[in-house]
Design a protein around this ligand. Sequence first.
Ligand code: PLP
Length: 439
Amino acid sequence: MSHVFPRHCHVQLPTAVGGEGVWLIDSDGKRYLDGSGGAAVSCLGHGDAEVTGAIKAQLDRLAFAHTGFLTSEPAEALADLLIRHAPGDLDRVYFVSGGSEATEAAIKLARQYWVEKGQPQRSRLIARRQSYHGNTIGALSAGGNAWRRQQFGPLLLDVSHIAPCYEYRDRADGETAEDYGIRAAEALRTEIERLGPDTVMAFMAEPVVGATAGAVPPAPGYYRRIREICDEYGILLILDEVMCGMGRTGTLFACEQDGIAPDILCIAKGLGAGYQPVGAMLCSRAIYEAIAQGSGFFQHGHTYIGHPVATAAGLAVLRAILGRDLLAQVRDRGETLHSALQARLGQHPHVGDIRGRGLFRGIEIVEDRASKAPFDPQRKVAAALKKAAFARGLICYPMSGTIDGRTGDHILLAPPFIITEAEIGMLVDRLAGAMDEVL
Ligand code: PLP
């Protein structure tokens, strides 16, 4: 009997024993095409010798030094490289061990910034109903996923949630994508005015929504207007690129494609690419200076921040993404994946939308294409698709979520950047087979 506390108590999982490229191998020798990189984690695939080599070398040199006493070479080098490629005036990197820690730290940094600036009345965070920012209490409070939040309501912070930017369902007939983008962004202004502008500290959002609704990109102009509104009211913009960052959408950071930069940027998953648990929160020079010239101490911290082996892995991953020209490859293979999905599933009676950027693609499953009516949640369509795909040797990330009272089923695809055209063909074949079986 296993003594591991699993995610699902009644599901017997195979044991992973190996990984090569886009493939995971279990103890029976069965091979699974990792079509979602776990949950958009394994961007370089499995068994990357350069990354494992960097980890081993760092372990031999120095495994751990507490950041209360010492900094380390890999942490310094990774921070330098991230800042060299980061948008806007992001200037400092605070390392953590994962995505929830990054967003949690961002919420606290935003709050401390306003306290240091002499505006302690700014304590309100605004986020969106279609969002996931992690599972710790602050991060869960920011997220809008009703299913994940339902049991913990009494413990959560009072975060305001505005409507998402969700063209597939919310763009009106006859409205251009640009007009819709502006209209959706203006929901932020309405909420700021409702709360009282000088009580708001920050707005947090995912540039491309991941774990609630399957790779939903913003409408054109949405984020430019969001940035303008934040600037107008002096509110911090926190972008959560834990899933969509680190090259997943074809640029190192997804927000580059929207022509804006945040005040705080959160990354994780693809930073360690599954080789080590590592994430980061990047902040602007102005935010850092407010702390440095104020109390001089960010009132936060975990034992493992800036871990030498974790940051050595992150450094090797970032060097690989940049040095192997993987961003161009993501754009190219992303188009191949999108075209293959369109060709095979675009006319499927239960496929409502195929969307995303780069190698970050989502499929929205509906019962009826014309009305966009979702399946009855009791059918648990996304979970059934995950199971059928897994039986065919394909790992894809299913999700069902209630957003504004509308339940939807989605499949998220986020394969490693090294996926070949032939493997994309296999991925789409297996997914289509699973859909034919389930729907
Ligand atoms: N933010 C986003 C956008 C995510 O997708 C996730 C995880 O899926 C998180 C935060 C939380 O990251 P972690 O699971 O590493 O804590």
